[in-house]
Design a protein around this ligand. Structure first.
Ligand code: BTN
Length: 251
């Protein structure tokens, strides 16, 4: 992938193309450690041999058929209790592009992209460094299943699987970076509420009764997302409970 990104202001102007690496997030972390990076550096890999997902899972993507990339941001204007605002901005930036391709794609809290049947199309792994009460840097790692048609895991799908079309990876990456940059600049300019509204408007299961497990299976309704990104759910007895990522499963 050798495209010059003409349509962004700063994102991807430093573009590191790797034919293979362990994980673009890990590569970004070593760039940060060495101090050799600029804000908006994008690292793209054709193959990740140790791609990482949320909950310490691994992330598998067939070589050359999908997008696996990471962005480095200097997020030192964000207070630690605003950590989920970056998540929401990034998720909505990705979603806008995915919805232009297929309007029924949704965000599943906190960081997943799902098709209308609940199959996973992609996800994000955001890793931050913190200095005092502020963020210092953020690595936003994004994996999107694009042209892969068969998956070793259940409930996975690609854009090609949903639409029956094949996508140019360079074109898609540029669309994503333009959209992500727009949301990032809104965040930097303080548009926290409008970013939250955009995220909530596209949240899978928002306001509908559905099945969850928090140690015990229950029926609940998502009410929203609170500070630190905790998911707020009302149970059938009217009790409202707040969960972090590890405390709840969607069934
Ligand atoms: C998830 O849904 O579990 C998150 C998946 C994140 C995968 C991306 S691929 C690019 C970047 N590098 C990694 O090792 N992980 C993220």
């Amino acid at each position: 992938m050798h495209k010059i990104l003409a349509n962004t202001i700063f994102l991807g102007k430093d573009l590191v193309n790797l034919t293979e690496c362990h994980s673009t997030n890990s590569f970004a972390a070593s760039m940060i450690k060495s101090g050799q990076f600029t804000e908006g550096t994008v690292i793209v890999a054709e193959v990740q041999t140790k791609g990482r997902g949320q909950r310490n899972n691994s992330w598998h993507a067939a070589p050359g058929l999908n997008l696996t990339f990471s962005i480095i941001f200097k997020s030192n204007y964000l207070h630690v209790d605003q950590q989920f605002d970056l998540n929401m901005a990034m998720a909505f930036g990705v979603l806008e592009v995915l919805q232009n391709i297929h309007p029924k794609i949704q965000i599943k809290w906190p960081n997943d992209f799902l098709d209308v049947n609940g199959n996973k199309l992609g996800g994000m792994l955001i890793e931050n460094t913190i200095s005092g009460n502020l963020f210092d840097t953020s690595i936003v790692g994004i994996g999107i299943n694009v042209n892969q048609m068969e998956f070793p895991v259940e409930n996975a799908i690609s854009l090609a699987g949903i639409t029956g079309k094949t996508f140019d990876l360079e074109w898609l990456l540029e669309q994503l970076l333009v959209s992500i940059e727009k949301q990032y600049l809104l965040l930097k300019n303080g548009s926290h509420q409008s970013i939250k509204d955009s995220y909530m408007d596209h949240l899978f299961r928002m306001g509908v009764w559905a099945s969850y497990d928090d140690g015990e299976p229950f029926i609940g309704k998502i009410l929203g997302v609170g500070p630190y990104g905790h998911l707020s759910i009302m149970k059938q007895n009217g009790k409202i409970q707040s969960y972090d990522f590890k405390q709840i499963k969607f069934i």
